[in-house]
Ligand binder design. Structure first.
Ligand SMILES: NC(=O)c1ccc[n+]([C@@H]2O[C@H](COP(=O)([O-])OP(=O)(O)OC[C@H]3O[C@@H](n4cnc5c(N)ncnc54)[C@H](O)[C@@H]3O)[C@@H](O)[C@H]2O)c1
Ligand SMILES: [Fe+2]
Length: 376
């Protein structure tokens, strides 16, 4: 077997690790990217007290970073006399992905647009170092070198992927996740589960990514049902943060696969949150991959037991108990659209990472089963 694995991000993990941020910034000129909400304002003030005032604060990051706002925000970097020496991204995937755009744009969003739309001009892109401080325990963006960029007006989604966009550091402090509301906890937790499983049914899987993925998936399956009943439990938040981080480490080397490929048009057309859009199809994908063998099947059996068909039913019930339906109709996707979506997604860049068979996936998409139990 021939394989390789690498991840350059220095990870600082633990309750109250936020306190290490000032030291990591050092005496560098920094820009802070975050949301405009009181909790994040308070964190920004704490940081200012220890690391000094930032050269620029971008505090209006909105969910799913979009061309229009990103272009405007990038313009604020252009107005600075000197570019920051480091960008601190304090927030979830939308914040960290926005920071990657600013790091690569160097004040000129046109360069990003050209690169995303033509894959040309990589040498024109900058690479301001990023320190990522994730607050959602979901996307894993703190340990990946890509960011999702949305162009809602034209119904498109791009991935800004450059090896020099790995954050230099990830500061993962579970205390920052304590205030996450229920739905955000569920959707981001399921995003992490999706990253773990997607890295397994993936042509790029390898023994290290698989090991991380098994740890991550087991963690989410065990912790999330407990966490939704006890949102303020720091130990459970810590375990979810670990699971999401390990899922990130897993898919940082494989990228995602078919469930994510399916999710993007569902988010764009039907407004379904990313974590839900990329996870409600997981039972269907799992049903389609039993028998593929290799690292994928071995690892899935470590997570779901030796009977993967039963494991797929269990996964559907797990989602049902969190109030998430695996039926596309619940998201206003009719049978015809679903079939076309699957066919299109198999051809997409992420879809081509899927190591299962397209025919078996389509077969599995026709299985309709009522979950055994439901809450909410
Ligand atoms: N780069 C990657 O590898 C990668 C992977 C998966 C998803 N994504 C992208 O990430 C984005 C989604 O990111 P996300 O799911 O982390 O959410 P998000 O960053 O979009 O945040 C959603 C909301 O959560 C709130 N929030 C965040 N942290 C909070 C906290 N600790 N307490 C209370 N509220 C909090 C914010 O106010 C925000 O309004 C999507 O654009 C998705 O496509 C990127
Ligand atoms: Fe995701």
């Amino acid at each position: 077997m021939v394989w390789k694995y690498g991840n350059p991000v220095q990870i600082e993990f633990g309750v109250d690790s936020f306190a290490k941020l000032a030291e990591l910034i050092g005496n560098r000129r920094y820009a802070l990217v975050t949301y405009g909400e009181p909790f994040f304002d308070a964190l920004a003030s704490r940081l200012k007290n220890t690391a000094g005032a930032p050269a620029l604060v971008i505090s209006d990051v909105a969910p799913n970073p979009d061309y229009r706002l990103l272009a405007e925000q990038t313009g604020r970097f252009a107005e600075l006399a000197r570019q920051p020496e480091v960008i601190v991204a304090l927030g979830g995937g939308s914040v960290i992905d926005s920071a990657k755009v600013f790091a690569a744009a160097g004040g000129d969003f046109g360069k990003i647009k050209t690169f995303l739309e033509s894959q040309k001009g990589a040498e024109q892109l900058s690479a301001i170092p990023i320190i990522a401080v994730p607050t959602t325990a979901g996307t894993g963006s703190e340990v990946t070198c890509w960011g999702t960029v949305w162009d809602e007006a034209n119904g498109k989604k791009y991935s800004l992927a450059r090896p020099n966009l790995y954050p230099t550091h990830a500061v993962v402090d579970p205390r920052l996740m304590l205030g996450k509301p229920l739905l955000l906890t569920i959707s981001t937790g399921l995003d992490a589960l999706s990253h773990a499983l997607e890295s397994l049914w993936n042509v790029n899987n390898n023994p290290v990514s698989a090991n991380h993925a098994v740890f991550a998936a087991r963690g989410v399956l065990d912790v999330l049902p407990k966490l939704v009943k006890d949102l303020g439990n720091i130990e459970l938040r810590e375990r979810m943060a670990m699971a999401a981080l390990f899922a990130g480490l897993a898919f940082s080397n494989t990228k995602t696969a078919i469930a994510h490929s399916l999710s993007y048009p569902i988010t764009l057309r039907h407004g379904v949150q990313h974590g839900i859009a990329c996870s409600f199809s997981l039972p269907m994908v799992l049903r389609s991959v039993h028998g593929v063998g290799g690292i994928c099947e071995d690892s899935l059996k470590q997570i779901f037991g030796s009977d993967l068909a039963r494991g797929a039913d269990d996964l559907e019930d797990f989602l049902g108990l969190l109030g998430i339906s695996s039926n596309p109709a619940a998201y206003k996707i009719d049978r015809r659209e679903w079939r076309l979506l699957i066919e299109d997604s198999l051809q997409g860049e992420r879809g081509r990472n899927f190591l299962g068979s397209g025919d078996r996936l389509i077969e599995a998409s026709q299985i309709v089963r009522l979950p055994r139990a439901r809450i909410a």
